[in-house]
Design a protein around this ligand. Structure first.
Ligand code: GTP
Length: 360
């Protein structure tokens, strides 16, 4: 258990960075953390899925990183937030490192309300941290389907101080404008801006202008706003009520599964598999991401699928750790696990190889 930090230290600003699956949170973090003004920033990354990937992609840019991979901060992993934040403070104290601010990257399926509630109601967290802003990314290329099917995406938008619309390069100007009007209707208080390929500025995450309440007297206005969230009825967020209990994700039919391939994939097999997944991708493939080891290459290929969009595979300059296996996470609705399983059988039939569906 980390020691309590010095009582006189001023509270550290926290940015809650949220947005539906694949909206571009990690891409933005990777970019903005390299800005000189972001020196002294630590990141708490919450990943939903059995194979953690994001922290590998972000941690090289961050001054310190805490990974919460086992569940979602707004429900099943809610207890771990305080532990992670206090661990960051304690590590900074031991290393005599000047920690200036913290970004919490939520999972794409997180409701911000319960996370804000923890930050504001946990006595030590309330003393040590101040919520600077809630920043929600909105993927322009998938926004219509996401907002139609996922109330969590609506919650993320209504809770935001700032909405950053991503992937406007993938839609025409009229569609981007229409989305902006819709977002302004959903959350008239939020600043709405466009960010392509994650190229945000530090002030878009930590402006100070949207600083939220931390004292009891200010709770009313904060909770009045958070209380509008459709999945967070006001009763659950009442300052005088009990702390929000851990609970499973609201969208019950969502499945997450990981896929690990022990041996490198021949390039031709990888390409056929990719083509096959592409033809099937649609609203039920909520998210697919991971690192692929392709035979003959000594660097990993990064794969991202978000609903209708299969982003072009990219290569990383190096493997982030010793593990060279292909590691993919799928977040789906419905029957995808069977599809991926049978695809694997097909791959196996073409060329036998060792495959497991659980992380080692
Ligand atoms: N064309 C385009 N692609 C983008 C943009 N922003 C992000 N991407 C791509 O979108 C994919 C998903 O981005 P991530 O940053 O991993 O998204 P995320 O929100 O962290 O994903 P989860 O953590 O799974 O919810 C990646 O392939 C990114 O390169 C953008 O503005 N334009």
């Amino acid at each position: 258990m980390p020691e309590s930090p010095a009582p006189h230290a001023p509270p550290l600003p926290v940015c809650l960075l949220t947005g539906f699956l694949g909206a571009g949170k990690s891409t933005l973090l990777n970019f903005v953390l390299r800005h000189p003004q972001m020196a002294g920033t630590a990141v708490v990354i919450n990943e939903y899925g059995s194979v953690g990937i994001d922290h590998h992609l972000v941690e090289s840019a961050s001054d310190d990183t805490e990974l919460i991979a086992d569940g979602c901060l707004c429900c099943t992993a809610s207890g771990q937030l305080a532990e992670s934040l206090l661990a960051l403070l304690e590590r900074a104290r031991r290393r005599q490192f000047h920690l200036r601010r913290i970004i919490i990257e939520t999972t794409g399926l997180a409701e911000p309300g319960p996370i804000l509630s923890q930050l504001l109601r946990h006595e030590t967290l309330r003393e040590r941290f101040v919520v600077d802003s809630v920043v929600t990314l909105v993927d322009a290329s998938n926004a219509a389907a996401t907002l139609a099917d996922h109330d969590i995406a609506v919650s993320q938008i209504t809770a935001a101080d700032r909405l950053l619309v991503t992937k406007t390069d993938l839609v025409d100007a009229a569609a981007a404008r229409q989305l902006q009007y819709r977002l302004a209707e959903m959350n008239p208080d939020a600043v709405i801006e466009h960010v392509v390929a994650g190229t945000a500025q530090p002030a878009q995450l930590f402006s100070g202008a949207h600083r939220r309440a931390t004292s009891g007297a200010d709770f009313g206005s904060l909770f009045a706003k958070v209380g509008q969230i459709r999945f967070a009825p006001a009763a659950r967020l009442s300052p005088s009520g009990p702390l929000i209990n851990p609970r499973p994700p609201s969208e019950q039919d969502i499945q997450t599964f990981g896929l690990i391939l022990d041996e490198p994939l021949p390039e031709s097999t990888f390409n056929s598999w990719l083509a096959f997944l592409r033809t099937l991708c649609g609203p039920t493939l909520l998210r697919m991401k991971g690192l692929v080891n392709i035979q003959g290459r000594n660097v990993p290929t990064v794969l991202h699928g978000v609903q209708q969009t299969f982003h072009p595979p990219q290569t990383l300059p190096a493997w982030p750790d010793e593990d060279r296996r292909t590691r993919l996470v799928f977040i789906t609705r419905g029957w995808w696990q069977d599809i991926v399983g049978s695809t694997l059988e097909w791959l196996r039939a073409r060329k036998p190889r060792s495959v497991t569906d659980q992380p080692a």
